[in-house]
Structures are given as structure tokens and as C-alpha cells.
Design a protein around this ligand. Structure first.
Ligand SMILES: [Zn+2]
Length: 276
């Protein structure tokens, strides 16, 4: 799933590979997927994009945007975006295939569910996109301590820390994936209520949100996710489906795995204590 580190990595790689290329054809019907969500009728994508030149790509929260003249292409959630040079094989199971004039191409396939939007920029209506674009990103300076404290003050005191950090688009692009190491590094249990947080915990959480996401971004994403070129990210996750069976790097103990608020949480019962 695309979260902040991956969307930024992919946008950067798109700028290095497809910017300036001319689009020859666009197909969306190669391998239909029930949970590939298009913007209006995807049959129109070819007409919208054909013959146009790819412009700048950007990341907003967990979304990736490609500007193509008067058109925006926006990807979100489980959109696996891959670049293929002219001699590479194109995966058959794709829900979007864009071919360029130099025989290279871009595909998007769906992992669980994905947004694959192409639309005239002026006509785009998407609340998630607007929020992701407007709100400060933890990767930048305007996401500062004052802003973080304001976010905390705005939620009901019984809200859990997982719900606070990773739901309702409070911090767009911070999802259940990146959440795990953020909480581990801050030594906070995912179920801790906001009202139980001491000043020290709030400070550590703020620092961890900034530092953990920065580290993930600098390493081209998490090792559970792929880059534009299909390589795994170089950030070695501590808490993920891939690594949670390893011993806790702080205390050597075993991690717990549970379902909580529509997703799996991992934590160290020793380092991330839940005290009510
Ligand atoms: Zn531990």
C-alpha cells in the first residue's frame, strides 16, 4: 500500500524516467479488477491522454500525481505503479497500461484495492486528494510540534493512538503500515488513549513520526513495498508481516500480533506498555 515514503519515492522516480515522454496509447481493460476504482469511465482515458506529453509527478500524502498537460493522473492505496523500459516484459495483470513513444511503458496493477484516476485537472473532485494536498506533511517543516499538538487537542481524549495517527486522514499518507515502526520507536502501545499520554510521550511521538517517515523515505520506502522499478524498499521494517517474528531489537523479547481497528497491529509488550 502506498504511504508517505513510497508515494514520494515513486513520484521522484517518475520524474527521472517518464517526464517529457509522449503517450501513444492507454489501455484499462487488459485484466479487469473489481477493486480498481477509476474516475468516471476508464474507456475515456485513452482519449484524454493520447498524444500528450508527461509533465511533473508529485506526492501528496500517500497519493501519486502525474500531470499530463491538462490532465491529472492520480494513484492511491494499493496501486502498484511500475515502469518498464522498451525491452522489458509487461505484466499481463494490469489495470492501466500507458505506452510511450520510445516503446517504454507504465503499468498499474491493483493490490487489494486502488484508485486509478485520470481526469481533466479542472474537473477533478476528490476530497481525499484535496486534504492530502492541503495538509502539512510530516516530511516537511510546516508539520511542526505546534501543529502536532493542535492535532492532538482536536481529538476526543478516548481516541486511541492508532486511531489518532492512522485514520480519518488526520495525517494523509500515514497508514497502518508506517504506523507500526512509528509507535515502536516512540515506545507507545497502539491502543494507548490520547488522555493517557504524558508530555514526554507526546514529544516522543512527534519526533518518531518525523524521524521514522524521513528514514523510510530516504531508504526508498519500506522493505514490504516496491519502488517504480519493482525493487523492494531499503528501509528494514521492525514491525511488519515480514519481520515481526524477529526478536525485539530493544529487549530481545517476542512481538505480539493482533487485529485492531480494521488492520493488524504489532507491538512489543515489554517496550510498548499499555497502562490504564
Ligand atoms: Zn521490546
Amino acid at each position: 500500500m502506498l504511504e508517505i515514503p513510497e508515494s514520494h519515492t515513486i513520484a521522484e522516480q517518475l520524474n527521472e524516467t517518464i517526464k517529457g515522454k509522449k503517450i501513444i496509447t492507454v489501455a484499462t481493460d487488459n485484466y479487469p479488477h473489481k477493486f480498481a476504482f477509476y474516475y468516471e469511465d476508464p474507456k475515456g482515458y485513452d482519449g484524454l491522454l493520447k498524444g500528450k506529453i508527461v509533465g511533473k509527478s508529485s506526492a501528496y500524502g500517500g497519493l501519486v500525481e502525474i500531470i499530463v498537460e491538462d490532465i491529472k493522473i492520480v494513484f492511491g492505496d494499493g496501486a502498484n505503479i511500475r515502469y518498464h523500459s522498451n525491452n522489458e516484459e509487461i505484466p499481463e495483470k494490469n489495470q492501466l497500461l500507458i505506452k510511450f513513444d520510445d516503446s517504454s511503458s507504465l503499468t498499474c496493477s491493483t493490490q487489494m484495492y486502488a484508485q486509478i484516476h485520470a481526469v481533466k485537472s479542472k474537473e477533478y473532485e476528490n476530497e481525499y486528494y484535496d486534504l492530502a494536498k492541503e495538509k502539512p506533511s510530516p516530511l516537511y517543516n510546516d508539520f511542526n510540534k505546534k501543529y502536532f499538538e493542535k492535532l492532538i487537542d482536536e481529538v476526543p481524549p478516548n481516541t486511541s493512538i492508532k486511531s489518532f495517527l492512522a485514520t480519518k486522514q488526520r495525517i494523509p499518507g500515514l497508514g497502518n503500515g508506517t504506523l507500526q515502526d512509528i509507535l515502536f520507536n516512540a515506545q507507545v502501545h497502539p491502543k494507548t488513549k490520547i488522555k493517557k499520554l504524558r508530555t514526554k510521550d507526546k514529544n516522543e511521538l512527534f519526533e518518531s513520526v518525523k524521524k521514522t517517515l524521513k528514514q523510510m523515505r530516504e531508504n526508498k520506502g519500506r522493505n514490504t513495498e516496491k519502488t517504480l522499478f519493482g525493487e523492494s524498499g531499503k528501509y528494514e521494517t521492525i514491525l511488519s508481516s515480514k519481520n515481526f517474528k524477529n526478536p525485539c531489537p530493544s529487549c530481545g523479547g517476542k512481538f505480539n500480533k493482533e487485529s485492531y481497528l480494521g488492520g493488524t497491529i504489532y507491538y512489543c509488550p515489554n517496550c510498548q506498555k499499555l497502562d490504564f
